[in-house]
Write a protein that binds this ligand. Sequence first.
Ligand SMILES: Nc1nc2c(ncn2[C@@H]2O[C@H](COP(=O)(O)OP(=O)(O)OP(=O)(O)O)[C@@H](O)[C@H]2O)c(=O)[nH]1
Length: 557
Amino acid sequence: MEHDNVSGKDAFSARHRFHPGRVVNICFIAVLIFSTLLTWREAVVLEDAYAASQKNHLETVVNSLDRQLEFSVEKLLFFRNGMRDALETPLASTVLHNTVSHFKDLQGKPFWQLTFDVRRTLPLNGVSDAFVRQTTSLIRDEERLERELSAAFEMGYLLRIDAPAAHAKRVVYVSRAGFYVSTEPADWGNDIISRYYQLVTRPWYTGQSERENRTRSVRWFTQGAEDGTVTVSVPVDYQHYWYGALGIDFTLTGLKKLLQDAVDGNGEGEFQLYDNGFNLLVTSESNADDVNHFDERERAQIAAALEKDTEGDLRLGSRYVNWQHLDHFDGVVLRIHTLREGANGDFGSITIALALLWLLFTGMLVVSWIVIRRMVSNMYRLQHSLQWQAWHDPLTRINNRGALFERAKALAKRCEQQKQPYSVLQMDLDHFKSVNDRFGHQAGDKVLTHAAGLITRTIREHDVAGRVGGEEFCVVLPDTGPVQAMVIAQRIRERINRREILVKKSQTTRVSVSIGVSSAQESGNYDFEQLQSIADARLYEAKQRGRNQVVGQDEKK
Ligand SMILES: Nc1nc2c(ncn2[C@@H]2O[C@H](COP(=O)(O)OP(=O)(O)OP(=O)(O)O)[C@@H](O)[C@H]2O)c(=O)[nH]1
């Protein structure tokens, strides 16, 4: 019986493991995980496509803006080359030579203007020798000066015919020798001194000294952005001598116009142009209320990202920011795309549709899971109940005849194999008919249930009890010899007989039982049906002898 118990436990745990409800749960969880993974993958692909499209928008704008700025830088280099050419090969014009010679009469004056055909070239505006001497960063080299003045006239010619683009405020050449040429007309008088002083103290000029600009390349200066100007400048050197610097001033309004032109039709979102110190110069947004601002933490995040790469993207709360450095400007363009703008675009609607689809699918999955779970557990319960009914007596809830026979035969086989004793008790309640007659059928049922309960409580866990007829019971005792079987039978008989059974309100009765005992050890026969038949005959004998007794041996004849 122990073996049976062990295998029973195994079967139970296997049944529990493969419980249909569990299988349904696992299947649904697998489908949910799978569908979520698929949706997640789709979302990742979508996100990549979104990032690529945002990058594209930005690239188009940056390239367009870059082209415009490159144009200005090239123009600046063109003017510098013009100046260098003129320094190398001055124009052999007597008129020009005479004009330049006139400088000797002017150089002592606090301010002066040297003109040479005002319809063709720009005037040179200058300060006195004394001014130059007093200012350490300036130097008036008499030997070079004549050439430089004549070259400045020639460059003034170029500046006149090749006027800067609309977005540039002015082009100016500032000489270390105390004069300047500018496309912006100067008021005659003290204005020249203050202008010149301003020019030589501006960072775009001082930043072109040999010490400050060792590579002698084009540099952008945005320090003046507060007063609305950004300057690109380049030093003018010839034969290792620094003459001065050329600069083009841009107004922020002009730059904004450039940015807006570049943005025109290139998708939603705001574009912002920053200098290399991450100071906002201009934005494509016309309405000041719509300009995106960043708090300190966000600024630090962006600045750190800008340090790492020339282009990239990052998410700041609900905003998507991508950036790209410009090739011809010392700064970066930032594109800010808000969640609201994103949701209104193609990617937004696809993402929303994807999320809704996933929600719909998950919702349907959960509903069908609930329905199937309920169906499966109902079926499982029904199957159990049918199984139980097939094996049990519904009144006494112990094994029915069929179940008892099956289990009894299996136990008999095991005991025979293991050479263990095996006994059978056949019992029948005495005068049960009279219980029915006196108290009614229901009371009879109560007595039967009571007797069955007493029997099962008296035997061991691995013994088997069953109801084999109306008021007949059979108990199979594996590993039990005849002597011990008699003891158990007597114990059952005594317990049944000792108890008062409440059959009706305040009415009790007492029943007795007659028991026949047979054992495989008597003849070495383990056939259950034969043993039961022997026990039955002994039960009959017990009845004959007056009932309420146990018979374990055949009557000696
Ligand atoms: N209440 C009830 N009675 C049952 C059930 N099955 C059988 N019986 C009754 O049990 C009685 C059995 O009577 P008998 O076979 O004459 O035996 P007895 O009255 O117990 O007398 P002895 O066996 O000779 O001691 C019958 O009256 C059956 O109707 C049942 O499930 N419930």
